[in-house]
Design a protein around this ligand. Structure first.
Ligand code: NAP
Length: 531
């Protein structure tokens, strides 16, 4: 592939990269997207495991920048499945003629700032070299997969899969003995489907998880019609919500309600399904006592659904509900009533090794034809740090972030001029509906580039003092929430050796957007701009 020189290189052709390209083109900038995958869609290109589905309702997990697009696209289900979301991403790429500026099957290996030329030099695995004024990382928050380094990991002679890198042709587990390691969102979505196919399924659980039923169903055409008629109002409502999702948020304290009122409220939310469960009371994620009432309600549901009391007991989560990302399921707990499903509690029988025949846990050999690693991602920083990113003086980002990510607004990092991140660490990103968060970041970056061009500014760089203040603020607000209290991927606890830092900004989408807007309105306060 030829070398090229453009205004901006965008790394990643997921929802962030696609919209970034569209915006920059609209402003008359030249831009080149570089994408490791063979198609657009990012997370939805890779995560093709059975049951993969978004846990934000489809009518909200979609772009709003084009009213024509949001009016013409017909979502079929309340929670869109991966194939439909991928079709949507492909439709967007075609509709806005984006393919011609995307290099597929091209992984970026190096992005280095050449201070004398004031340009980014970007190298790829296939030997391309690109040069650009701006480098924009649209690499996703959950895209670097994590397979723990179990002893003998590569010795297994059967098939292995990671949920985040699923074969495009799909996998038929019929007649197979399958082991699934992990019980996070990806496992919880795929386990019921794998259990239906497999001869026998063994689930290895380290931490039991809370899952709320999705009650997924095809959209009622009338509900969809009304949603489309009221899109501006719904989007505006979402913009005012802490998680960027228009949903019913009760601001009352759970502790002000009587036990009977609480039971009715939780029951109603359980029937409604999905992430809205945590909107039952305003303090569920702030107050441990309030949280315990919701947690106990879900534990009661698990005891009701799972017939074998011992298995039910093993499935009961004991940590704060919502501390790890809440899961949304279809028949997850019920799956453990099947005779072909075994649950292994890794706290009693830890995995000792992956063997040629399967998994040895607690001294017991489990023989498998296939092992599914549903073991998650090196979240938020993993995809960025896989690339050798070097700033002023050749300083590696890996070195700068040795003790955890440091950014200003999750958009930029000091010492790395003209480099932007879409939904980087220190932004609300994964705590919100990703699509509006992506659009907000992309718009902010596009406006910044237009401002630079209009004002003859060649270089923009986060100032260290602004970054320090922002990092301190991100940490401070994290401490107010129960979310920072458990060993989740939000704090990097799932990757051995990763510094324990609460990475996303938990101060809420509205406060964050206001802050970004104010920074721009004040002449990009906190950034050093130079001609
Ligand atoms: P995850 O939530 O990080 O879950 C990974 C699972 O693997 C956990 O159960 C974890 O146990 C287990 N695990 C990790 N290392 C292990 C080890 N060494 N030994 C035994 N078990 C181990 O990953 P995920 O399920 O892929 O989900 C990641 C995120 O992606 C979600 O939280 C969500 O934000 C997003 N996602 C969303 C959807 C959706 O929209 N519905 C679907 C899938 C994913 P521990 O809990 O003990 O660490």
């Amino acid at each position: 592939m030829a070398d090229s020189d453009v205004d901006a290189v965008i790394v990643g052709a997921g929802f962030a990269g696609l919209y970034m390209l569209h915006r920059l083109r609209g402003l008359g900038f030249s831009a080149q997207v570089v994408e490791a995958g063979g198609g657009v869609g990012g997370t939805w290109y890779w995560n093709r495991y059975p049951g993969a589905r978004c846990d934000v309702e489809s009518i909200q997990y979609s772009y709003q920048f084009s009213d024509e697009l949001q009016q013409e696209w017909e979502w079929s289900e309340r929670y869109a499945a991966q194939p439909e979301i991928l079709r949507y991403a492909e439709h967007v790429a075609e509709r806005f003629d984006l393919h011609r500026d995307i290099r597929f099957d091209t992984r970026v290996t190096l992005a280095a700032f050449d201070d004398s030329a004031r340009r980014w030099v970007i190298d790829t695995e296939v030997g391309d070299r690109l040069r650009a004024t701006w480098c924009i990382m649209a690499t996703g928050c959950l895209s670097a997969s994590n397979i723990p380094n179990f002893e003998g990991r590569d010795s297994f002679t059967g098939a292995t899969y990671h949920t985040g890198h699923w074969p495009h042709e799909g996998v038929d587990f019929s007649g197979q003995r399958v082991g699934v390691i992990g019980t996070g969102s990806s496992a919880i979505q795929s386990i019921p489907i794998i259990a239906e196919q497999a001869e026998h399924l063994t689930v290895f659980q380290r931490t039991p998880n809370y899952a709320i039923p999705a009650h997924n169903a095809p959209w009622d055409p009338e509900v969809l019609r009304q949603a489309k008629a009221n899109y501006p109002e719904m989007r505006a409502r979402a913009r005012r919500m802490p998680n960027g999702i228009a949903f019913r948020l009760n601001t009352q304290s759970a502790l002000e309600a009587t036990p009977e009122e609480r039971r009715r409220e939780y029951e109603a939310r359980w029937r409604e399904g999905g992430l809205t469960f945590l909107g039952a009371y305003g303090d569920l994620i702030l107050n441990a006592e309030a949280n315990a009432t919701a947690a106990e309600f879900v534990r009661g549901k698990i005891r009701e659904i799972v017939q074998d009391p011992e298995i039910a007991e093993t499935l009961l989560p004991s940590n704060v509900i919502g501390c790890k990302r809440l899961c949304v399921d279809t028949d997850y707990y019920k799956t453990f009533n099947r005779r072909n499903v075994t649950l292994v509690d890794l706290n009693k029988a830890p995995i000792e090794a992956i063997t040629p025949d399967g998994v040895r846990a607690g001294g017991v050999e489990h023989g498998f034809d296939a092992i599914v690693f549903a073991t998650g991602f090196d979240a938020m920083t993993g995809a960025l740090l896989k690339i050798d990113i070097r700033g002023v003086g050749g300083v590696p980002l890996r070195e700068k972030w040795d003790s955890g990510p440091r950014t200003y607004l999750g958009l930029a990092t000091a010492g790395f001029p003209n480099l932007f991140m879409v939904t980087g660490p220190g932004s609300p990103s994964v705590l919100t509906n990703m699509l509006p968060s992506i659009e907000q970041h992309v718009d902010w970056i596009a406006d910044c580039l237009a401002h630079m061009r209009a004002n003859g500014i060649a270089r923009v760089e986060a100032r260290t003092d602004a970054e320090d203040d922002w990092v301190a603020h991100v940490n401070e607000v994290a401490g107010f929430s129960l979310r920072s209290t458990c060993s989740s991927w939000y704090v990097g606890a799932n990757v051995p050796g990763k510094p324990r830092v609460f990475m996303p900004y938990i101060g809420g989408f509205p406060a964050y957007v206001d802050r970004c807007d104010a920074v721009a309105a004040n002449g990009y306060e906190g950034f050093a701009l130079s001609a």
